[in-house]
Design a protein around this ligand. Structure first.
Ligand code: SP5
Ligand code: ZN
Length: 328
């Protein structure tokens, strides 16, 4: 369940999403499906605060011990200008500290899914490392809203960022992230904001009007060593393929100029015109074009699943990107 426009509604980010994508992959015989291997948690704690990771792992147990039902969810939030940066002791205090929205409850099965989602991204990264030209990590829950020490937007740990960091640790000098989810990848941006070995490029809804509201503006260009290695393309509600693909052209030019060893695509298809919570107007065929355009970079490519909530067309839209890429 999720709080949406003042009412409690069924969650948009639901288990069925992954099943439908998997079904469509089978239908079109996209390629072999590989189960995720388990990786040590140090890959996650290399980009996230260890205490937050432990918190997510244990929050539901603590919640239950307080006799509560539903999911562990905050009723209060950390506000700017506060005078104390200490992590509170109580569970409600820690929820207020680490969570930035009310749509990302920790439930009984969350940790298993969160850890599995991270392992999925790392397994796909390993396939690239072992020589595959491209791999798709069917991650669920998504990850790009999760930052160093905060989570929200249906995301707990940042699957794409964890994979990127692992790829750099394996010896890549330069990794580019292309985030094409409808929402700005605030967590990924923050994690790599001061680094020049990871270029972050994102095309998304203008944060002056859309979640996550506090990052994704065009003037956010990176800081210190990372200055010039962060590039945002905020676009207005109602953007269709023509304007969106112009931004994509500019994004791809910047990535080509960077010359990454590996490209990681944070793949959200909530840019679809039928998406129930988003306001871009891409069509099913546009996702094929998009996949082709990404392939034109000719870099080893890791696709990591993020958002997309029009479940009836979700499998088609995601797999269209991948077949567009494969067919190019
Ligand atoms: C991974 C991902 O796509 N996360 C998205 C989280 C979005 N949560 C905010 C949803 C609010 C939708 N507001 C819709 C306004 C309709 N006019
Ligand atoms: Zn999204």
């Amino acid at each position: 369940m999720e709080l949406f426009e003042g009412s409690i509604v069924p969650a948009f980010e639901k288990p069925q999403r992954a099943e439908l994508i998997r079904q469509r992959i089978n239908e079109v015989h996209l390629g072999p499906i590989v189960n995720a291997s388990e990786f040590p948690l140090r890959f996650a704690t290399a980009v996230h605060d260890l205490r937050m990771v432990a918190f997510i792992e244990n929050a539901y147990t603590e919640w239950e011990q307080l006799g509560r039902t539903g999911g562990a969810i905050p009723y209060s939030f950390l506000a700017r200008g506060c005078c104390c940066n200490a992590v509170p002791v109580s569970l409600d205090g820690r929820l207020a500290y680490y969570t930035f929205d009310v749509a990302t409850p920790v439930t009984r099965t969350s940790w298993q899914a969160v850890k599995g989602s991270v392992d999925t991204a790392l397994t796909a990264a390993k396939l690239l490392h072992d020589g595959e030209r491209a791999a798709f990590a069917l991650c669920r829950p998504p990850g790009h809203h999760a930052g160093t020490d905060y989570y929200g937007g249906y995301c707990f740990l940042n699957n794409a960022a964890i994979a990127v960091n692992a790829i750099v640790e394996e010896g890549s000098q330069r990794v580019a992230v292309l985030d094409i989810d409808y929402h700005h990848g605030n967590g990924t941006q923050e994690i790599f904001y001061r680094r020049d070995d990871v270029l972050f490029v994102s095309i998304h809804a203008d944060p002056t009007h859309e979640f996550p509201f506090f990052s994704g503006h065009a003037d956010e260009a990176g800081a210190s060593d990372g200055e010039g290695f962060n590039l945002n393309f905020p676009l207005p509600a109602g953007t269709g393929w023509k304007v969106w693909s112009e931004a994509l052209g500019n994004a791809l030019s910047r990535i080509a100029a960077y010359g990454p060893d590996v490209l990681v695509v944070s793949l959200g298809v909530d840019t679809y015109h039928g998406d129930p919570i988003s306001h871009f107007l891409l069509g099913q065929e546009d996702f094929i074009r998009l996949g082709k355009r990404i392939a034109s970079l000719q870099r080893p490519t890791l696709f990591v699943m993020e958002g997309g909530y029009a479940v009836d067309e979700l499998g088609i839209n995601v797999v269209n990107v991948l077949t567009g890429y494969e067919g190019a």
